[in-house]
Design a protein around this ligand. Structure first.
Ligand code: FAD
Length: 284
């Protein structure tokens, strides 16, 4: 497979830098082709601005979505954005790697999404009518490809558990996994999360590295998070509300948009599963 790692940490000698190297080595050992976009090293411009849209008259009002559409359709996106789009089309798998900063991705990575996910490429794709609300959420130009997050967090795994004060990690990452990756069509794999990252010692690093290698070895076979497809019949169009009767009674919010997977145990009992982030925590 062809794998693109989008790396967003300012320091190559960081934990993130070491984990990136672990991932690249394992992927290459498995015979995959790997490319890395190192956003800080490459001096990525994260702000959307007039310079993105050469066709816009100097005194023209900048409407970012409309300008993005025009630039994509006319082939006038800037060279740096075009290069990233070409990498996305090349890759079978996209990995976003970053430290959790203020419960989200670093600004430089968000800015990569803002600029590279152009109108007509990542959104505004397909028929938009009262019958069909575009090709998105499981469909779109990046359908058939896989994506996953590698995230390091200072907080403990318990802090990000269902009753943890930070909120469940699946919920915090939902806007990225569902809103950014699933939206243009990626099958999104459960994230690889390193908790208590700041306290990681040598033993913790070795254990984390081994778990990451395992995730890299199973990149092609790991089942994706079973998000509901927009055009699969679960949603009413055009309200885009989940049909009555779907989802667990009492479920609200993000959890509604993940199909419940029934796990069958050898004794015949069934239980309902939500996708869970694979976690590893420092032992210190
Ligand atoms: P580093 O600081 O590079 O390293 C962490 C540890 O790993 C160190 O002990 C280091 O010695 C060890 N290590 C690194 N490489 C190796 C190696 N090769 N071998 C052995 N050991 C190694 N956390 C949250 O949970 N939620 C938040 O919302 C949040 N917001 C933040 C906002 C900001 C602006 C900042 C700066 C931090 C925030 N944090 C938050 C904490 C942040 O997520 C962690 O600091 C970060 O994930 C650690 O990753 P790093 O690559 O920077 O680690």
């Amino acid at each position: 497979m062809k794998v693109l790692i989008l790396f967003a940490h300012p320091e190559p000698r960081s934990l993130n830098g070491s984990l990136r190297d672990v991932a690249v080595r394992e992927l290459e050992a498995e015979g995959h082709e790997v490319r890395v976009s190192d956003l800080y090293a490459e001096g990525w411009t994260s702000e959307v601005g007039r310079a993105d849209f050469p066709l816009l008259p100097p005194d023209g009002r900048l409407a970012p979505a409309a300008a993005s559409k025009q630039a994509f359709e006319s082939g006038t996106l800037t060279a740096d954005v075009k290069a990233e789009i070409e990498k996305l089309l090349w890759a079978d798998v996209l990995i976003l790697q970053f430290p959790l900063w203020w419960f989200s991705m670093p600004a430089i990575l968000k800015g990569w999404v803002d600029r590279v996910f152009a109108y007509g490429f990542a959104y505004g794709v397909g028929e938009h009518s009262d019958k069909r609300w575009g090709d998105r959420y499981g469909e779109g130009r990046l359908a058939g490809k896989r994506a996953m997050l590698i995230v390091t967090a200072g907080g403990w795994q318990e802090h990000y558990s269902a009753r943890g004060i930070n909120g469940p990690i699946d919920d915090l990452l939902f806007p990225i996994n569902h809103g950014i990756l699933y939206y243009p069509g990626y099958d999104v794999l459960p994230p690889f999360v390193v908790y208590k990252a700041d306290k990681l010692d040598e033993a913790g690093f070795q254990a984390t590295a081994e778990r990451l290698r395992e995730r890299m070895r199973t990149l092609a076979t790991t089942p994706p998070i079973p998000y509901r497809r927009q055009n699969g019949g679960d949603y009413l169009i055009p309200s885009m509300r989940l049909r009555a009767g779907l989802g667990h009674s009492g479920a609200t919010g993000f959890a509604l948009h993940v199909e419940q997977v029934e796990a069958h145990s050898p004794n015949g009992e069934t239980s309902s599963l939500r996708s869970t982030a694979e976690g590893c925590a420092a032992t210190a």
